[in-house]
Design a protein around this ligand. Sequence first.
Ligand code: AMP
Length: 304
Amino acid sequence: MRIVLLGAPGSGKGTQSQRLMQQEHIPQISTGDLLRAAVAHGTELGRKAKEAMDGGRLVADELVLGLIRERLAEPDARRGFILDGFPRNLAQAQALDRLLATLRQPLDAVVQLEVDYAELVRRISGRRTCADCGRVFNLFTAPGQLSKNEPCPSSDAPHRLMQRPDDNEATVSERLRVYDEQTRPLIEFYRARGLLRTINAEGEVDEVTRRLEQALHAVARPKAAKTARGATRKPRSPKRAQTRRGAPRRAAKSASGMRRKPATDTSAASKRAPARRAPSGARTGGRRSARRARRQTRNLRGPE
Ligand code: AMP
């Protein structure tokens, strides 16, 4: 499954992608995470991205597209992926379309996570991330997770909670403004392509996960139905058609070559053709059937 999770900062794209990743065994590709890693490692790309990130603005398209191109080329992305935080403007969405067309891996769905503005601000200001394992917690919306005192799976010590530098109040309002101006138009972009699903992303995390699963189920079902229809179609090989007792008449006809003759073709050549063609048994292999086929062909041919 190849999907995009679309939503404002704080709408839960990261949390839901991580759950989906474990369930579907496909990678979560978050441009925010890739950029933060580049900043942390002090790479040239990280240095170029940092200023925009600190200010809550979008990083230049060519940098982000370079990251995405590289990441989608990795083997684990062949089975599918969840794009989280990408695309973020029309130019990126169009570039993604072109890239996926070249890879012959079109998107299956775009799910928009809808959350009220005040709730977004509340979620972002309470968000904390463990510096060691990367797990995201929330002081306001899910305080219970913290009180469990589970050790960090990476350090085996308590989680080291940090606040993202761009989760401060001033940057948050700029990020939400940028979302409205540049990312929101993607809703119409994907709706016009018939890919958009919208879910209410407020409430309990588990409840939102259920809504997301339902939205994606609706995407997976038509695909599965198509495959099932394909599976019940007439068998392709004549051998299978002959060995299957009570196979549909159409399949039997097709196997014997009867359906190949055009109904309106009355030319002399076409009249001769069935006599010259070896009976279907000859094509099923086996010495006995081959001998029978030769005998039948001799009988059908007539005097030469
Ligand atoms: P996120 O973790 O998705 O909220 O992203 C954090 C920051 O990384 C954003 O505020 C942007 O500065 C930058 N960023 C992430 N994804 C993109 C993208 N697709 N295009 C441009 N900038 C991005």
